[in-house]
Design a protein around this ligand. Structure first.
Ligand SMILES: Cc1cc2nc3c(=O)[nH]c(=O)nc-3n(C[C@H](O)[C@H](O)[C@H](O)COP(=O)(O)OP(=O)(O)OC[C@H]3O[C@@H](n4cnc5c(N)ncnc54)[C@H](O)[C@@H]3O)c2cc1C
Length: 436
């Protein structure tokens, strides 16, 4: 399909955010009687689900210590729940388990869930945690866990299928999606507003631009002429000078090829997504010590087996060409992750033999404080930079649609760029992950 010479709303990126924004904007334009999906074009240099959203483990959870993240996540879950079939969403719940050091954080998260009416159960004390897990999984055996927070909503969705589900909804609203078109630059006027977007298919004139390019955001940021270094004011008023706007983490994820039904709850149901952080020594099945420091894993039933991951690795530099090459995990990951599954449940003993080298894992681009930036970065350019939090954030596009049409979003306001100058930053948890 050739690119149009002009469009009112141009969305760059056909990942979760671009597609969700396109769909919700089309609905809002129609509902307000000010336009329709025909006013919207989404372009992607590759195609629908070609980026992070198509490779994400697909976990949907609300295990967030930060009030603003927790509230936004509850709104995202509502969107997932609004059409589970089209979004290939499975509301199996999510359990976060941790050692002594995480009792305080998870207790606070549980308190926040209570405040916002998000259903979850907090379990503390090693015996109680064990009892809770044994009821679900009779072969549960992870020792030393002192806290569990069982979210009764959330779960996971199948990544690529869900993206096509949203794309189909957007198309049904009249939105045009053009694949294989790359943005190379922006033409701005004297006010700094973009008048034209330069693409591999020719220039496109537009009134509003919405950018959702996942890990490629540093490149787009540069094209917009935005600073790659900045001073960040902390909540106590200290200034951290000349920080990198973007940092990069290498997400470690993999799969074991087993009958997916082997991972079921005691009553035969699809199990909740599990996330374990532990300070118990971790050994392979043949007794080799993997680590005696804090480690973490997460896993869920997938189409062809079990899929999940472990703590990411910080990278010194940006990725060069492809953030998701065919095998992109650290060589030590398969042993560690398989050992961690077996550490948790007897059913996974010996699962290292079933580890499958697949296109999973890859690079995430994180902001300077590891939380999203959702904001107008030029007068008519809205940037959705989710700092790798965001497959689960299907509802951000719904909020962005309202903002683009002139409304205020109290859910997105805490993620404005100005927080780095004002010091209105988000609180930080004790989790080893940059996204908790
Ligand atoms: C291995 C891994 C596992 C993850 N697991 C989870 C998870 O379980 N749960 C969760 O909530 N989050 C998870 N995430 C994070 C999540 O995947 C991302 O935060 C989210 O998908 C980003 O969505 P997006 O729409 O911004 O970008 P993407 O899905 O990356 O889409 C961006 C699109 O922009 C296009 N694009 C880029 N540059 C250009 C250009 N110049 N011109 C035109 N198009 C362009 C790309 O082709 C791409 O299709 C994971 C991330 C990774 C890497």
């Amino acid at each position: 399909m050739s690119v149009p010479s002009s469009t009112k709303y141009l969305i760059i990126g056909a990942g979760i955010h671009g597609l969700s924004t396109g769909y919700h904007l089309a609905k809002q334009l129609k509902a307000r009687g000010v336009g329709s999906g025909a006013d919207i074009t989404i372009i992607d240099k590759s195609g629908i689900a070609a980026g992070a959203s198509g490779i994400a483990c697909g976990v949907v959870r609300n295990n967030y210590y930060q009030p603003a993240m927790s509230e936004l996540m509850a709104a995202n879950v509502e969107v997932w729940e609004s059409d589970p079939e089209a979004y290939h969403y499975h509301e199996v719940g999510y359990i976060a388990l941790g050692p002594e050091g995480q009792v305080g954080d998870l207790t606070e998260v549980a308190g926040r869930h209570e405040q916002i009416g998000y259903p979850s159960t907090l379990i503390t004390g090693e015996d109680n945690v064990r009892e809770h897990m044994l009821k679900l999984f009779p072969d549960w055996r992870a020792p030393g866990l002192k806290v569990a927070l069982h979210e009764h909503k959330g779960g996971f969705a199948f990544n690529v299928e869900s993206l096509h589900g949203i794309a189909n909804k957007a198309k049904a609203e009249g939105v045009t999606i053009i694949e294989g078109i790359k943005v190379n630059g922006f033409v701005t006027d004297a006010t700094g507003a973009v008048t034209k977007v330069e693409t591999s298919g020719g220039p496109i004139e537009c009134e509003q631009v919405i950018i959702g390019v996942g890990p490629w955001i540093p490149r787009m940021w540069e094209m917009l002429g935005l600073p790659d270094r900045l001073d960040v004011r902390t909540p106590t008023g200290d200034i951290h000078k000349d920080q990198n706007m973007w940092t990069f983490w290498y997400l470690q994820e993999g799969e074991i090829a087993v009958d997916p039904l082997m991972h079921a709850t005691a009553d035969g149901k699809m199990p909740p997504v599990l996330h374990v952080d532990s300070d118990a020594p971790l050994y392979t099945d043949d007794g080799k010590l993997v680590t005696d420091e804090l480690w973490g894993n997460y896993f869920k039933r997938d189409r062809h087996g079990i899929q999940g991951g472990a703590a990411p690795i910080a990278l010194d530099t940006d990725f060069e060409i492809d953030p998701y090459p065919s095998s992109s995990v650290d060589p030590a990951f398969p042993d560690m992750w398989c050992a961690s599954l077996s550490h948790c449940m007897e059913r996974f003993e010996g699962c290292r033999a079933n580890y499958k080298t697949a296109r999973s894992g890859g690079v995430g681009s994180f902001t300077v404080d590891n939380f999203p930036v959702f904001d107008y970065m030029l007068p008519n350019v809205y940037v959705i930079a989710d700092s790798n939090h965001g497959y689960k954030m299907i509802g951000v596009g719904k909020e962005v649609a309202n903002v683009v049409l002139g409304d205020h979003s109290s859910l997105l306001h805490p993620f404005r760029y100005e927080r780095f100058a004002s010091g209105d930053l988000h609180p930080v948890s004790n989790s080893p992950y940059p996204w908790s």
